[in-house]
Design a protein around this ligand. Sequence first.
Ligand SMILES: [Zn+2]
Length: 490
Amino acid sequence: MIHYSISTYEPSNGFVHIEMRFKAASNTPIVLQLPAWRPGRYELANYARNIKNFSIKNEQGIAIPYDKITKEKWALPSSMNVEITVSYEYYAQQPDAGNSFVNTQLCYINPVNCLLYVEGMQHLPCEIKLPMSASAQVACQLPFDGNSLHAENFDQLADSPFFISANLHHHSIQHGNCNIHFWAAGEVAMNWEQLKLDTIAYANIQEEIFGALPMKDFHFLYLFRADVFRHGVEHANSTVIAMGPGKSMIEPLAYNDLLAISSHELFHVWNIKRMRPVEMLPYDFTKENYSKMGYVYEGITTYYGDLTLVHAGVWSQETYLKSLSDDLKKHINNEGRFNYSLEDASFDTWVDGYVPGVPGRKVSIYTEGLVAALIADLYILQQSNGKYRLNQVLSDMYAQTYLKQKGYNKALYKQLLEKWSGQNMDWYFQDIIEGKGKMTAQLAAVLSWIGCEIETQLAENGQVDCCIKIKLDQTPEQLQLFKKWLNLSA
Ligand SMILES: [Zn+2]
């Protein structure tokens, strides 16, 4: 067992005090590692910059000498059965969905930012003692015994952010065998009953693909901010979503955006937290985990996040087409699409995946990944006369990989696209996944099959405005396929 304890002596100064206690299991040197990145953000993080007053002591409180061997790795000599305590302060002042934040009202921790593990001991159960007050509540996917959270191993601990506060809003609704919890920190104006209904509606649609939510409790941890903000991070049985301004969440535009990000993160429950590319199985927290398949784990998730809202009837056809038009606008205005392939964009999230980058260099696994998913979906729909779509590919891949404790690769994805379309899909990989500059023409072609076109207009700022329009001469066959695409009643 690895024991952690978190305390907030002076939360107003922004630091939490962290202790880690364990017994050395062998006589070989002990190596301590702070994760170099966090799943969901495929770039190196440099969390070690937030650590100060680092010390390692034995049971008698005597300092043990150590060596720092990388920017987030420490080595110390071992003697069997000596209890070791590592302690440090961690600066927690980043209130987004993937970092940690403390003030006098809230203690919000992402363990992957700030907890170390012992190399070779990641499989051991972990206990994390929390700074509880009589009135505080804890929001977390891990079991809580009144004082501590319990994780089966470090991987699960690293995947389990939590809120502690006396001021959390908590709502829940039973959905099949899963109790869905909504926790909110920060000021918010929200129609909670509507949010519950809408969440159940899009969850139902996502479950049609992958099966019922595979957990007894799922937690939405909403961190509402006063400023304009939008960020979400997925976990196995929870998600953190940082949004703002919290007071706007009863306004249709802000509420629809909250639904969009929530639906995206719920889709990740299956598509990345369970079904995962083979090179990320398991995650390696010490270095980059390169994958060229971001178009599956982020692209398809971005596509289905919005699509399942219109399929559920939570969004209107107009709201969906407007949102899709906004995504296509980002695609069309990015010169990078002539210089960079989608799979290279996935590999290079570790280089510059989350910043604008140099002009015209690159594309996004989110935006271009969405376009790639849309092309695949409409292609299968058309080739199968409306019988199948990308849903079957995902469902099949989930059964063949996650349910058999395996990861997926490009060959399997291609094989399944060909199985459900009934066609050779070399063109798709050559042009859309590995190619440059060919996506826009393919997009226009698949949209024409449902009687739609992209209308473009030069805007005053020099950008091209984009709008997906239903063509005036849309045929009854095209209309039928269009309705299948958006799951609209006949
Ligand atoms: Zn995502």
